[in-house]
Design a protein around this ligand. Sequence first.
Ligand SMILES: C[S@@+](CC[C@H](N)C(=O)[O-])C[C@H]1O[C@@H](n2cnc3c(N)ncnc32)[C@H](O)[C@@H]1O
Length: 241
Amino acid sequence: MSIKLIDPLLISNEDSRKQAILKRFHPPRPEWYEKLLALFLAKGMKAYEAEVAGYKAELFSRLRGRVNKVLELGIGTGPNLKYYAGDGDVHVYGVDPNQKMEKYAQEAAVAAGLPPTNFNFIQMVGEALPISDASMDAVVGTLVLCSVRDVNLALQEVKRVLKPGGLYIFMEHVAAQDRTALKFLQNILDPLQQIVFDGCHLTRQTRKHISEAGFSDVNIKMASVPTFFHIRPHIYGTARK
Ligand SMILES: C[S@@+](CC[C@H](N)C(=O)[O-])C[C@H]1O[C@@H](n2cnc3c(N)ncnc32)[C@H](O)[C@@H]1O
């Protein structure tokens, strides 16, 4: 059974239930591994973020000054906050199973100009968002559908928490075209990538998953982001509930 906290949009799970959900969708990793991942995202993604800055600026301009409640799926260290969080009265709910991301995400929220009371880091997975139905103006997800265990379930959760007409904004790396050298390489590297990068899959057909998830106004574009050659093919876009 779940109980409501002071923030009426947040659903509190009993600790045993929370641990059971985490165990199912994102089993506990060693502390050093989680710390290392957080450190890598905080320090090792600068070139990548510079490459995608133009796409992100375009995408997140859809939110600036127009939204109040935003959920970020797999927020990590919070690299997107600077694009949408500083304007007006935005409240961000950042969901991520890796608690070691929180420190960096909090710092990014402050740097983006978000008052501390307007940012919640929630240790949970995208497949079971502890958020009330139809409560979010927007959901943001970047480089996360590669990592969730159940993509379709996570997308159903995105739809559940969005208000009618609410916007889902995404940018994801995806499988290369079939019968290309890159796809061949992705198939070979995929098992190693999952071990080293916390379950990240190289060959997901994420465009298909989003297109078939039952959103309206689905708008998906392709991008080539060369920083890391094996995740070069990206999609980015928006979809509405
Ligand atoms: C490659 S990182 C991307 C982080 C951030 N969105 C960004 O663009 O830098 C993937 C993130 O997804 C998180 N993650 C892994 N499994 C998840 C799940 N089942 N639900 C939500 N987030 C998950 C990881 O902890 C990590 O922070």
